[in-house]
Design a binder for this molecule. Sequence first.
Ligand SMILES: O=C(CO)COP(=O)(O)O
Length: 214
Amino acid sequence: MFILVNLKAYPCDPIEVATAARDVAEASGARIAVSPQAADIARVADTGVETWAQHVSPNAHGSHTGSTLAEAVADNGAEGTLINHSENRLKLADVDGSVRAAERADLETIVCANNPAQVGAAAALGPDAVAVEPPALIGGDVSVSTADPGIVEDAVAAAEAVDEDVDVFCGAGVSTGEDVAAAGDLGAAGVLLASGVAKADDPEAVLEDLVSGI
Ligand SMILES: O=C(CO)COP(=O)(O)O
């Protein structure tokens, strides 16, 4: 199970989370990555933790003010990128363009989707993985794997029907090792989470609990 911590725009210390994630990953052998604000990618990557961007734009080099260039995040240490999110919704054509931009820059890709139908559409674009995250459960206390296990199973089936090589992650409300174990039992290859770590008083303790569920 891959644990990807999306820091969104939370007011946490990205370096504190990154060093905790690095240490827990090293001690446990688990794969843990941190996805900070774009401006923090280089210093988060400097800690040695696996670092992901939260977004890349569909465009390549050129006259694109305000874009987040895939090549730029890769040059600054990102190894992968999230694409699309319930909180940053893209048109399908832009999801496609961002997956292609990430491929050009050798970034691994996870496309986020709200439901199994979107998972199928996203899987057709050939990312490395898709993540199903029901918007109503994002930021809540109950994990998707407990509140709506069927949506995870349906997402796994939807992706498999389109492309067996596309992994499925789940996210929303994940905060414990039990949540991670339940997600794995439902067929997820990893979890995407945010508030459980970004808002924690002790991010390292939460990460240690999370890896106990792998
Ligand atoms: O949106 C999410 C990760 O991308 C999930 O957020 P929470 O873990 O805060 O529910």
